[in-house]
Design a protein around this ligand. Sequence first.
Ligand code: EPU
Length: 339
Amino acid sequence: MKIQEKYSLKNLNTFGVDVSAKYFAEVKDVDDLKYAIEFAKINHFEILFLGGGSNILFTEDFGGLVIKLNLKGISEEFLNENEVLVTAKAGENWHEFVQFCLSENYGGLENLSLIPGNVGTSPMQNIGAYGTEIKDTFVKCKVLNIQTLEIEEFNKEECGFGYRDSIFKGEVRGKCVILEVTFKLSTKNHQIKTEYGAIKNELDKLGIENPTIQDVSRAVISIRQSKLPDPQILGNAGSFFKNPTIPLQQFTEVQNSYPQMPNYPNGEMVKIPAGWLIEQCGWKGKQVGNVASHELQALVIVNKTGNATGKEIYDFSTMIIESVKDKFGIGLEREVNIV
Ligand code: EPU
């Protein structure tokens, strides 16, 4: 494995921001990974682990060692005639992994089709879409402890999954790196999840009454393609902000002024779609310099000209946060990792 100097990260982040890493290594197995970590430790370099680069915004060049995780491989272990454990290494592309599972007729991940990124980063933010999150099928993950260089295992409870959240974003952030993830999937009698409105509509449009898991995947792909920009064409990192959750009382007050505000109550809290708040502030499709809010989904910020700097994108997101705060008194939190 080679450690390279002054390495461009432009093609390794889905925003397509033109920054470089002082040092860069691409690791294909655990030995490579340990070597790269030791190299950084000896030289007192900061380390940044990079998966698919789909949830990161670089605002400047990175002065340490970027380690691109390229561990590959998928294995299966049948538990009984209904269930299989499928383990994928961190560097497997998420969507290709989902498609592999569908080709084997393993059910459980179909609603998560076409989410950008790699398997190794999926637990960090408990990726989710269309009524499903990875915590629904997640069993365990293996990680490398950066301090001790020992391999450890985290089960579902230990991962502390929440909405776009896990222990890997909190307590153990920067202390370990995910090597592989194991999911428990169904081999027959699949549970088809179509409660999420848009999926039902899409299946109706396709004239499908009794959908298979492959049909659900096709519907999800079609919905995502209809409103989410393809990072290969227009740089972006999916939802830039989390959907805010506010106390019921605050919601009631805001709703007095905006009765049409979409909302998802959950006990004493109410989740509001950030995309709606941003659109109401007039940002949808609006461009400032090289950056814009996507014209079909305001929650997605795009590198409109391909020449945006990370700082420009960050400043644009700050303007959005400020105007949502001014108009609704609601604080938006960035979902994308800022470096
Ligand atoms: N909305 C607007 N204007 C917009 C965008 C959305 O009014 O510009 C309204 C919609 O009309 C709808 C509501 O907001 O009433 C929800 O919109 P949508 O179904 O598109 O979902 P979302 O809450 O904006 C979340 C995830 C997406 C995921 C979709 C589908 C977050 C932060 N985002 O978006 O995840 O694909 O649900 O399940 O939770 C991602 O994380 O990168 C991502 C794309």
